[in-house]
Design a protein around this ligand. Structure first.
Ligand SMILES: Cc1ncc(COP(=O)(O)O)c(C=O)c1O
Length: 359
């Protein structure tokens, strides 16, 4: 067996970056590199147009100061108290809330219900100290997508209770089987005053290295975010902004192809995971992860998913992420943002290793 690690934990050596084909000329790069832009981003950047289309009052562009700065910047001006985070959650949400001085409050979604977010359950956990509910649709790690009627209920309750919905929609373009990505702004009620949208070019355009994201939110929040940005990085790197402009306004065929490729991989990977004795897996409706329940594989020698993940590294040189990182024990997260041949090899190895556990 080779020492190669398989199943990536992030989007990586896929080689399918549409931005790789972005026709940014050398002159344009050099011109862009010589200038600051407005702190909230290029006037020309279509994201501003997008803000107008979304009906939000303001929009800000930013470079990620470190790799996960986007949500933190979004929350930083808001948090005085509790932030409700549904589980399973993206690993950074709790840390970002704590960094911004807030207190994370966790609400479990039901695996038997496909990890769907239920508005009543979420708002039952809100108190008069709750300022924000974090929504991530499609979800990393479960792939769950918030449907239109649930989003409408969430938006109505958010308006009624005067609580912000912070929507991380960085996988918005990656939804499968006709599932639709809906934000509170499009759910059928005027939710402008309670909605903060956080998006990114990283996933939809495989532009992880360009470090471009955006926030669309009510004007006072954008003003605060712009101040934060102004006193930290000044503006998003101008070269990256031009690359984002090309990605957003250019030919979308590569991005559509990427979606088809991810859908094919999901369809190939899911049955292989479900074939492993004792393992169940909710079908992901979006993003590029599977989040199987592996509790049946745990035993006295491997009592937790973290130990199981460590054992898979040692045993078959395959990297997965334990569910505890996402607030849900008894699970592993697998990413299918890598080539089909790597995935097949990884799944062969996982299946053989797991067989030895249940034999
Ligand atoms: C749900 C979610 N939000 C935000 C990010 C951050 O992405 P980036 O900083 O590349 O935009 C990630 C990255 O994995 C993610 O999964």
């Amino acid at each position: 067996m080779t020492q190669q690690m398989s199943v990536t934990t992030t989007q990586s050596e896929d080689g399918e970056s549409p931005s790789g084909r972005t026709p940014l000329s050398r002159d344009r790069i050099l011109a862009a590199a010589l200038a600051y832009t407005d702190q909230h981003g290029l006037q020309a950047l279509s994201m501003r147009k997008l803000a107008a289309e979304l009906g939000v009052e303001a929009m800000s562009l930013y470079n990620h100061i470190d790799n996960k700065d986007d949500i933190l910047v979004g929350i930083a001006d808001l948090v005085f108290a509790e932030v409700v985070i549904p589980t399973p959650y993206w690993v950074s949400f709790p840390e970002q809330v704590k960094l911004a001085g807030g207190v994370p409050v966790y609400v479990d979604t039901d695996e038997a219900d496909g990890f769907a977010l239920r508005a009543e359950t979420i708002f039952d956990a809100c108190t008069d100290r709750t300022r924000v509910v974090v929504l991530n649709t499609p979800s990393n790690p479960s792939g769950a997508v918030i449907g239109r009627s649930e989003m409408l209920d969430l938006a109505k309750l958010a308006i009624e209770r005067d609580i912000y919905l912070l929507v991380d929609e960085c996988y918005a373009a990656l939804v499968y089987d006709g599932a639709e990505h809906v934000t509170p702004l499009a759910a059928g009620v005027d939710a402008k005053d309670v909605t903060i949208l956080c998006g990114s070019c990283s996933k939809s355009y495989a532009m992880t290295g360009w470090r471009i994201g955006y926030i669309a939110a009510p004007a006072p929040l954008i003003k605060a975010c712009t101040s934060l940005q102004g006193h930290s990085t000044s503006n998003a790197a101008s070269v990256s902004q031009y690359a984002a402009l090309e990605a957003l306004t250019g030919d979308q065929t590569p991005a559509r192809q990427m979606l088809t490729t991810f859908a094919e991989r999901r369809d190939a990977v899911l049955p292989r995971i479900r074939e492993i004795p004792g393992v169940t897996c909710v079908e992901p409706q979006g993003a590029f992860y599977a989040f199987p329940n592996v509790s049946a594989l745990l035993n006295d020698d491997l009592p937790t998913s973290a130990e199981l993940a460590g054992w898979l590294i040692d045993e078959c040189h395959v990297v997965t992420v334990p569910g505890t990182a996402f607030g849900r024990a008894g699970h592993l997260r697998l990413s299918y943002a890598t080539s089909m041949s790597v995935l097949e090899e990884a799944l062969d190895r996982i299946a053989a290793a797991c067989e030895s556990l249940t034999a």
